[in-house]
Design a protein around this ligand. Sequence first.
Ligand SMILES: NC(=O)c1ccc[n+]([C@@H]2O[C@H](COP(=O)([O-])OP(=O)(O)OC[C@H]3O[C@@H](n4cnc5c(N)ncnc54)[C@H](OP(=O)(O)O)[C@@H]3O)[C@@H](O)[C@H]2O)c1
Length: 322
Amino acid sequence: MEAEKKGREKVCVTGAAGFIASWFVELLLSKGYIVHGTVRDPSTHEKNAHLWSLDKAPENLKLFKADLLDYDSLRSAIEGCSGVFHAASPVIISPVPDPELEVIEPAVKGTSNVLKASLEAKVKRVVYVSSLAAVGMNPNLPKGQVIDETCRSDEDYCRKMEKWYCLSKTLAEKEAFGFAEGNGIDVVTVCPSLTLGPLLQPTVNASSKILVDVMKGVHDPVPNRIRNIGDARDVAAAIVLAYEKPEAKGRYICTGYPIKMLDLVNKLRSLYPGYSYPTTFTDIEENVVISTRKLQGLGWTARPLEETLVDSVESFRRIGIL
Ligand SMILES: NC(=O)c1ccc[n+]([C@@H]2O[C@H](COP(=O)([O-])OP(=O)(O)OC[C@H]3O[C@@H](n4cnc5c(N)ncnc54)[C@H](OP(=O)(O)O)[C@@H]3O)[C@@H](O)[C@H]2O)c1
């Protein structure tokens, strides 16, 4: 009955071929939704083939060519949909020559375009995939404070530290809530931490590359900081809960487990000996606790970290990057 009801519901996913979005496209299709996915180039077989091989994709998936800065292209994809999942955004963590053009504008203007098109299409709810980067990049958070949905990254600090990705996600989330307030559209955001897990897409994305680099010892010495790791399949579940639960409201932090880099390397080495792991770890004073209580209140749970690591590494081996 529930599946049948969802079977009639059309939703749009922006950036559908990306790492995390591919997992919630898979979940949405499995629940019987009709999915309008936006991609920048629907004609590239290698980039999108993994979407077409998902169960129910041939009958229930339609890909639209859309760029975040092209309002009309987004409007065509969103038209007729009752829900929108906005995941497309430049995930560029390394320095770029023009951060405004390459990172900030597509994230912020793109979010505003998606919301405008959603308003025009009378969409019931927009779920925006924000980030922990929009939550915790703030030097003024009191030491030892539990990081929850009330915390926000400091725009000036992001600028000063040249953390352009963090700035882009902070500004885009602010844009989303500002637009929602001004126009009466229902927006819920999910703020995932560093997300790993098996790849559906054929190439490695930025967050997965962090794990690949650890196993290849690309950086050595490594600051022994805490990494809060989530699984893309659990992020997908959180995003769909944020859409389906009528009581969902505001922001939801989504993370699995905190682990110090040294402990992560030791765990990986015990599971997968024989890689060139880093050998030197520099001390970092950190006392960060991140709360997922609000998300758990929607019925969300995280799978064990070991499952995430093993499934990630196995998928890296499958595509030949490890
Ligand atoms: N992975 C993480 O650790 C993590 C953590 C927190 C939040 N997030 C958020 O989750 C979302 C998905 O990230 P991901 O890790 O899955 O990264 P990803 O695989 O790089 O996906 C990003 C997607 O955005 C699309 N995109 C970028 N610029 C665009 C533009 N100008 N117009 C249209 N599409 C554009 C890309 O399309 P193309 O395929 O055409 O390049 C890609 O499909 C992002 O909003 C990211 O900020 C990720």
